[in-house]
Design a protein. Structure first.
Length: 155
C-alpha cells in the first residue's frame, strides 16, 4: 500500500511550449501542490516559477513572449483564457472570460493574430469552435455540434 501512496503523491512536470526564439521552455508542474507554470532555459538550467495561483493552470507562449494562460475559478472547471507577462507575480489580463461557460483547447496561429478555442456558451452543452482575431476581438463561431477540440491552426 505504501508504494501506491508514493505513486499517487509523486510530483509531475511536463513541457508545454517553447518561446518563439526557442530559447525558453514553459513547463507545467505540480511541485507546489497545484499545477503552476515555470520557465527553464531550453539548454538546461534551473526552473523559475512564474505563477502562484490557488488554482491549477496551463499555458503556452504567445509569439510576443507573453503567455496564454488557462485557469478556472474555485475548481469549477470552467476554464477561462488570460494573457500573462512571463514574470513572477504578473497579474493575468482577461482575454476570453465568461465564468458561466468553459473555454478550452486554445491554439494560437504562428503570427499571433488568431486564437482558436472551444466553448459551450451557445447552449451549455455543445462545444463550438471559435476563431478570434486578436487584433480587434472579432469572433467567428463554427457550430459543429457535440464535443470539438482545436488541435492546431493551419496557415
Amino acid at each position: 500500500m505504501e508504494d501506491l501512496r508514493a505513486l499517487l503523491e509523486m510530483r509531475q512536470a511536463s513541457p508545454l511550449s517553447f518561446s518563439d526564439d526557442g530559447r525558453t521552455l514553459l513547463v507545467g508542474s505540480d511541485v507546489p501542490g497545484t499545477r503552476q507554470l515555470y520557465v527553464v532555459p531550453a539548454r538546461g538550467g534551473e526552473l523559475q516559477q512564474l505563477t502562484r495561483f490557488d488554482e491549477p493552470v496551463a499555458g503556452q507562449f504567445l509569439p510576443d513572449g507573453r503567455i496564454l494562460l488557462e485557469m478556472d475559478a474555485g475548481g469549477n472547471e470552467r476554464t477561462q483564457l488570460y494573457t500573462l507577462v512571463a514574470e513572477l507575480g504578473a497579474s493575468p489580463e482577461p482575454l476570453v472570460v465568461d465564468e458561466r461557460y468553459i473555454h478550452s483547447s486554445p491554439q494560437i496561429a504562428r503570427d499571433g493574430n488568431l486564437l482558436a478555442y472551444v466553448t459551450n456558451r451557445r447552449n451549455g452543452t455543445d462545444f463550438d469552435i471559435v476563431a478570434r482575431d486578436l487584433r480587434d476581438g472579432t469572433e467567428q463561431t463554427f457550430e459543429l455540434g457535440g464535443w470539438c477540440d482545436v488541435a492546431s491552426i493551419s496557415p
